[in-house]
Design a protein around this ligand. Structure first.
Ligand code: NAP
Length: 250
């Protein structure tokens, strides 16, 4: 029998990549990369993820899309269903940060971050839920952030998008729980990725001091929880936000 299907948005690198590779042990994977005009590197990175998945005995497809665009996000869900015969798990992972003090923040910086981090989850979930409802089962897992609960200077748009994802998660959990679909959020702390690698070394050192476990998280630390939330063992977990931050926020 074919394995069930999971789509991970923004899985060409970083946390999404680790989630795709981990989920591939039990799911066929739609590896989504950001389909930007004239950027073939993203496609190559996604292909590399799929190659790794296949080498480990898994399978899937790579699908380009801009999840901040409603039509592109809807096409991504359609393409997942068309190529893999369904969608059982949707991981809304794609995200960006464009840090800026609020008084200097432009409208486009605000909208880019909100559209990519929050509206994308709405666009993808709306399309996936229609299919999941017919099957009376499904899992939606949203990658939020501890910043969505605590706020952060220079990240008003990012924090608002990540807090928005929590309200979104609770609402999906209530609205679609009765249809056999769960929705949960994962709130990573400070994780090693391209997103955090661009921060100055002194900021990283200061952040590490605030983490009881004394280290930054890895993408694999996040992937392990996502895999659990996607598994049969998590069937009764719904509408929760789980922090994976080494104890940083306690
Ligand atoms: P990353 O390394 O920058 O990767 C982000 C991924 O999202 C990339 O694959 C990127 O594609 C993709 N993406 C961006 N915009 C997209 C779009 N419009 N359509 C499709 N894909 C798009 O970031 P990361 O650290 O792995 O972050 C993954 C998620 O975890 C994000 O939601 C982030 O907010 C969240 N998070 C990260 C941390 C952390 O410390 N790293 C902490 C808390 C939460 P490209 O390769 O084309 O850019």
């Amino acid at each position: 029998m074919n394995k069930p299907v999971a789509l991970v948005t923004g899985s060409s690198r970083g946390i999404g990549r680790a989630i795709a590779i981990e989920l591939a042990k039990n799911f066929r994977i739609a590896v989504n990369y950001y389909d930007k005009i004239e950027v073939d590197a993203n496609r190559a990175q996604a292909q590399e993820v799929l190659d790794l998945i296949r080498q480990a005995g898994g399978d899937g497809v790579i699908l380009g899309a801009d999840v901040s665009d409603p039509a592109s996000a809807a096409q991504l869900i359609e393409a997942t269903i068309a190529n893999l015969d369904g969608i059982d798990v949707l991981v809304n992972n794609a995200g960006i940060n464009k840090d800026q003090l609020m008084v200097r923040m432009t409208d486009s910086q605000w909208h880019d971050v909100i559209d990519t981090n929050l509206s994308s989850a709405f666009y993808c979930s709306r399309a996936a839920l229609k299919y999941m409802m017919k099957k009376k089962q499904g899992r939606i897992i949203n990658i939020s952030s501890v910043v969505g609960m605590a706020g952060n200077a220079g990240q008003a748009h990012y924090a608002a998008s990540k807090a928005g994802l929590l309200g979104f998660t609770y609402s999906v959990a209530k609205e679609y729980g009765p249809r056999g679909i769960t929705a949960n959020a994962v709130a990573p702390g400070y994780i090693v990725s391209d997103m955090t690698n661009k921060l100055p070394a002194e900021v990283t050192a200061r952040m590490t001091e605030q983490i009881p476990l004394g280290r930054l998280g890895t993408p694999e630390d996040i992937a392990a929880l996502v895999a659990f939330l996607a598994s049969p063992a998590a069937a009764y977990i719904n509408g929760q936000v789980i922090r994976v931050d080494g104890g940083m926020s306690i």
